[in-house]
Design a protein around this ligand. Sequence first.
Ligand code: MG
Ligand code: ZN
Length: 281
Amino acid sequence: MASGAASGVDGAVVVVFDFDRTIIDWDSDDWVITKLGAADAFQRLRPTMRWNALMDRMMAELHAGGKTAEDIRECLQSAPLDAHVVSAIKAAAALGCDLKVVSDANTFFIETVLAHHGVLGCFSEITTNPARVDADGRLRISPFHDPTAAPHGCRLCPENMCKGKIIESIQATAGAKQQHFVYIGDGKGDYCPSLKLGEGDYVMPKENYPLWKLICKNKQLLKAEVHPWNSGEELEKTLLKLVSKMITPPAQASQFDYSKCEMSNPASTEVGHHQALRVPH
Ligand SMILES: [Mg+2]
Ligand SMILES: [Zn+2]
């Protein structure tokens, strides 16, 4: 997957973005279906199919109607992306955060949009439903979790994707390394991963959207601190505030054991506390 994020904190701050209505202020499935004229077929088939299978079917409808994968790419490129979100992504990556996307859209849609706006390389990982263009030129979308072969067993999540399980696997890869999360999302599917976060982690729910409403129902269920946002501008401000707090946390800075520091010039800690913090691990 995409790589190239600056890694000044060696993954100590992990920022996980949902995609639809979070990175983009719209829904990519909806955008493609509506703009390419498949809304009628969508309405007809919606009651009979699960979302993930329905999207694969919609790609078949578009293909049958003469729309190519390139048409879909151009359609996605024509959609807006808030300049504040772009600069939030770039700034967080430059500060050394490990940026990831966890989304129920698909690889084709997400990579197209992020690449078009020049931020694909800011992300170390995109976890979503796989998509590929088949030999006939039709875009195929498959479930992330195969519900028949390997059901994920989570009752909160749609059968093709449990974002909570994905967060757990990211947490597991940290091993003994200390890792703090910022999770940014809007939808029902973002609730399960929010519950997996611990103290010292942050959830940024989009205000008045399903994730925010679920969190508000019982705030006690979440261990992570909650910081809502309601625009790209607020997302940027809030994320950068949290990230800078984590990169230079006063409590941790004072615990830092300088005797273990091999750097001969103490002034070099001026470069960024995050460099000093990674030494003890
Ligand atoms: Mg979303
Ligand atoms: Zn789940």
